[in-house]
Write a protein that binds this ligand. Structure first.
Ligand SMILES: Cc1ncc(COP(=O)(O)O)c(C=O)c1O
Length: 348
């Protein structure tokens, strides 16, 4: 594989939409996993007061302090990035050296493999999240024993399957394998009911990544952050692009953390909507897979064809071919009104 090749992601493919004569606002997007109730009013207000003719704080101190308070940790152990995606690539650049043996616990988000290959790693994606009934932890340990990797990528909860591994158990496993570096992506953890994080566990062999674009509905602003030990932080700082987080993302991120009640209420509504949608899908004969988050896989005859047919009805779902799941689509629950439109389109 050409490591530079463009990977496939959920969300609107603007080039495809141009070719089809579609405008993103005319299509209901069930393909990206973003809080459907939008950002809080505080976030929107913060952007009205934005100063754009001055450089932003390179260290994003105010937002990092708010995050440190939120997680109960020290500011010096948090780094911000231009979306979690940028931090995935920065982490790979820092920890993966040419020829290193890297495993990705899959099927999962494609940027881990891409970033590993760009850094020169020899990357293998191993199947761990195939069935909800299997224990991913057992499969994960077997693969670690048989591959003896230098670096392991893990998405928790996993995209696209929605598996969630208990952070306590995971932390103990990581601590017991100091010879292996682990990069754990918790971009969707805020969507898990009572989800526990590894964010405050500082092992020399662990970096934890988070995104603020999904739960806080700020995908257009690009904002992510990570935690690690101080010595890893030093290595990351040496490779970081200055001002990579823009002023809009900094003020909006801080405003989001000042309006947590809004997001908790949104999450409650989303859980209800998710329950109603999965039940309604079962009533029309589909079999959505269990998931710890408000996105889930649905088996269909042919994911590509289903996506094309739904797009003709102005509905976008994620076809899962790029995850190696040809006969699956991934649906992210939206508001009740929008979910009704999906159900109508699927029924007809
Ligand atoms: C697991 C996972 N991590 C990270 C990202 C990217 O997050 P961000 O928007 O913060 O770059 C995605 C986007 O789909 C994702 O699915």
């Amino acid at each position: 594989m050409n490591p530079q090749a463009e990977e496939i992601h959920g969300g609107v493919d603007y080039q495809e939409f141009r070719e089809l004569g579609l405008h993103p606002k005319d299509v209901i997007d069930f393909s990206s996993n973003i809080m459907p109730f939008g950002p809080s009013p505080e976030v929107v207000r913060s952007l009205h007061e934005l100063v754009i003719d001055r450089y932003p704080d390179r260290d994003g101190y105010e937002l990092r302090s708010a995050l440190a308070q939120y997680h109960g940790m020290s500011v010096s152990q948090i780094m911000l990035g231009n979306g979690c995606s940028q931090l995935i690539h920065l982490t790979a650049m820092c920890w993966i050296k040419p020829g290193m043996n890297v495993i990705v616990l899959g099927p999962t988000f494609s940027e881990y493999a891409r970033a590993s290959k760009i850094a020169g790693g020899v990357c293998t994606e191993v199947s761990v999240f195939n069935s909800m009934s299997d224990s991913p932890t057992d499969a994960f340990l077997e693969h670690i024993q048989s591959h003896s990797p230098d670096v392991v990528w893990l998405c928790n909860p996993n995209n696209p399957t929605g598996h969630y591994l208990d952070a306590g158990e995971l932390g103990n496993l990581i601590e017991a394998m100091p010879q292996i570096k682990f990069i754990v992506d918790e971009s969707y953890l805020d969507f898990v009911l009572n989800g526990a994080s590894l964010f405050c566990r500082y092992f020399p062999n662990l970096i934890v990544l988070r995104s603020m674009t999904k739960y806080y509905a700020m995908a257009g602003l690009r904002l992510g952050y990570l935690s690690c030990t101080e010595s890893t932080m030093k290595q990351l700082m040496e490779r970081r692009v200055p001002w990579s987080v823009n002023g809009a993302a900094l003020v909006a991120g801080t405003a989001a953390l000042n309006s947590l009640t809004y997001y908790r209420d949104s999450m409650e509504k989303l859980r209800q909507a998710n329950k109603s949608l999965t039940q309604a899908l079962k009533r029309i004969g589909l079999q959505p897979k269990d998931s710890s988050v408000p996105f889930f896989l649905v088996p269909v005859d042919n994911g590509k064809r289903t996506r094309e047919q739904l797009l003709k009805k102005r509905i976008l779902v994620r076809d899962c071919r790029s995850f190696g799941l040809e006969n699956m689509i991934r649906i992210s629950t939206q508001t009740d009104t929008l979910n009704e439109q999906l159900l109508l389109a699927l029924r007809t």
